[in-house]
Design a protein around this ligand. Structure first.
Ligand SMILES: [Zn+2]
Length: 224
């Protein structure tokens, strides 16, 4: 049974190893492998770049970005100068690309990032997981293939368009039926309580702006 702990990335007991060490829920792994086999017949080599991440890993990503160890990007993938940003601007910049710990779809075992491995290798391309690679690059055929076929296998693309919240991520797939169950268990107050228990940097500003953060970024309703 799915519980709050699963949605928060604090219980990974339901996950199985799917491929190359990447873990997913069993039904998600099965659907992914079915889709992968059909795509292969069309000459598209769908491989996983990233799947499950737990709360601690997401916290580490946050801390690195807040403290300046990792680069901040705007929604168009331009580098930002963190020293010129206010705390709330910094939060918004981080959340454009990285979820709050406890609020990542990657906690769930339902979501994964994919690329076209064979095409990237054939093009001897230095893969960076950026939009241009999917719009007009080694993963364009994959992108088009997913547009046409992903839903047949139960996958949706929650970040297909930028709404003013999370940046466009054409590589991000979600197994809709299971993800909807996770989403229905998410709760703003539970999330906040878990952040308060952690040593997350910028907590004061997060608390002050939580209702907006939750709508705009966690639910990705954006600003439109
Ligand atoms: Zn993703």
């Amino acid at each position: 049974m799915i519980t709050e702990a699963h949605t928060l990335g604090k219980d990974d007991s339901l996950l199985v190893e799917c491929q190359n060490g990447f873990r997913l829920l069993p039904e998600v792994c099965e659907a992914f492998k079915r889709m992968q086999a059909v795509a292969a017949q069309d000459g598209v080599d769908i491989q996983i770049v990233s799947s499950h991440r737990n709360f601690e890993r997401q916290l580490q990503i946050w801390q690195n970005k807040w403290s300046g160890k990792a680069t901040l990007l705007d929604a168009s993938e331009n580098k930002l100068d963190a020293t010129t940003l206010s705390d709330i601007q910094k939060i918004q910049a981080i959340l454009t690309w990285s979820a709050l710990p406890g609020a990542s779809r990657h906690h769930w075992g339902t979501d994964l990032d994919v690329y076209d491995k064979k095409s990237v290798e054939q093009h001897q391309h230095d893969f960076q997981l950026v939009c241009s690679e999917y719009d007009n690059g080694p993963c364009t055929q994959l992108n088009n293939w997913l547009n046409e076929h992903a839903t047949q296998f139960g996958f949706s693309r929650p970040y297909a368009e930028y709404k003013g919240g999370i940046a466009r991520e054409p590589w991000h797939l979600s197994f809709q039926a299971s993800a909807d169950k996770m989403l229905s268990l998410m709760d703003e107050q539970v999330l906040l309580a878990n952040l308060i228990k952690s040593d997350i940097l910028g907590l004061h500003s997060i608390i002050a702006n939580m209702p907006d953060i939750y709508q705009r970024f966690v639910l990705n309703r954006g600003t439109k």
